[in-house]
Design a protein. Structure first.
Length: 320
């Protein structure tokens, strides 16, 4: 394996702004405008993750939780940190192999390696084997125009079902502050209020519906990369070939450009949303009633869930 180079922004002696020591290697945390040495950064990251979990009552320190791992830096950093910060937590890592060529192979390998290292139980779910289609098959259907959205439907549905069937009632995903602000930006821009109220650190569960928690929601992509590199957490650096050039990625770049001009932009936007807008909106927007999908029995607002609809269309094309 090629050893990744740690993203060092300063070499030569730098004073850590937390412990005050002059160190050879330091990282720059952009929104704070501070340099931190390796040990201080690791402590700082773990403390932030711990505070987020406790503040929003995501789970208790000895619960059984599912951790959704894609193989990318964010969810892999999260798995390392959760198992270290909460040593009594019972973890089942869940990975869905979407069948996207080398990208999926590399992702699965990284997930296997990390779970081995940490001694964490791992559930791997192969989309092609169990559901009869893979993500590239969607390119032959009308879903090709919104492939990332369709992939989201598939992952959300399967994560919930796999977790539920394995006795897991709380699932952590690696959504970061950058992911959250990108999504909020899009939703506020278009006034999609019903979806805006669902962007929160914790989504409660119900019948056949696991509770979803986001321990990384107040950590940036940059912080996750530093943490994964500093703790030598394996992860895949492949980018999803189907998402290349997507509007989602363009919006993320745009937000980083805004952050450069207005330091703290992401944190301010997120905090305004969670502290100011959500409490008011929550009371106004009623959560739709859920019932069992006529086809699969999983919760849905309609008659047949969006996953079952998607599958029937995709299988028509796959089977010819
Ligand atoms: P993304 O939508 O790709 O930013 O992913 C958000 C989160 O969903 C990740 O941090 C993971 O927790 C989870 N996730 C994404 N892809 C997978 C996958 N193939 N298997 C399991 N979990 C995933
Ligand atoms: Zn269904």
């Amino acid at each position: 394996m090629v050893k990744r180079e740690i993203f060092i922004l300063k070499t030569g002696l730098t004073r850590c702004s937390r412990c005050g020591e002059d160190v050879e290697m330091a990282v720059y945390v952009d929104y704070m405008g501070r340099w931190l040495c390796k040990n201080c950064f690791i402590e700082f990251y773990e403390k932030k993750l711990r505070n987020t979990v406790l503040k929003y009552r995501m789970f208790s320190s000895s619960d059984l939780i599912g951790v959704a791992v894609s193989g990318g830096k964010d969810s892999m950093a999260m798995l390392t940190a959760l198992s270290k910060v909460f040593p009594d937590l019972k973890i089942k890592a869940i990975h869905i192999n979407l069948g996207i060529g080398d990208y999926s192979r590399d992702s699965e390998n990284a997930v296997r390696r990390l779970c081995d290292q940490l001694g964490v139980e791992l559930i791997i779910y192969d989309l092609k084997k169990h559901e009869g289609f893979s993500l590239p098959d969607l390119m032959k259907t009308a879903y090709r125009k919104r492939i990332c959205g369709a992939c989201g439907i598939i992952r959300r549905y399967l994560l919930n079902r796999i977790a539920w069937e394995n006795g897991v009632r709380v699932v952590a995903t690696g959504h970061t502050l950058d992911d959250t602000v990108e999504l909020l930006f899009e939703l506020y821009l278009n006034g999609r209020i019903e979806e805006i109220v669902r962007v929160k650190p914790v989504l409660e569960g119900g019948e056949r519906l696991v509770k979803k928690v986001k321990p990384l929601i107040e950590l940036t992509d940059q912080e996750n990369k530093y943490y994964a590199d500093f703790t030598e957490t394996p992860y895949s650096e492949f980018e999803c070939p189907l998402a290349r050039g997507s509007r989602m990625l363009k919006r993320k770049e745009l937000i980083l450009r805004i952050e450069k001009e207005i330091p703290g932009f992401r944190h301010t936007f997120y905090k305004s949303h969670v502290k100011r807008f959500l409490p008011k909106l929550d009371g106004l927007i009623r959560r739709p009633e859920l019932r069992a999908c006529r086809n699969c029995g999983m919760p849905t607002i309609g008659d047949v869930c969006s996953y079952c609809k998607l599958v029937s269309k995709v299988l028509e094309v796959v089977k010819g």
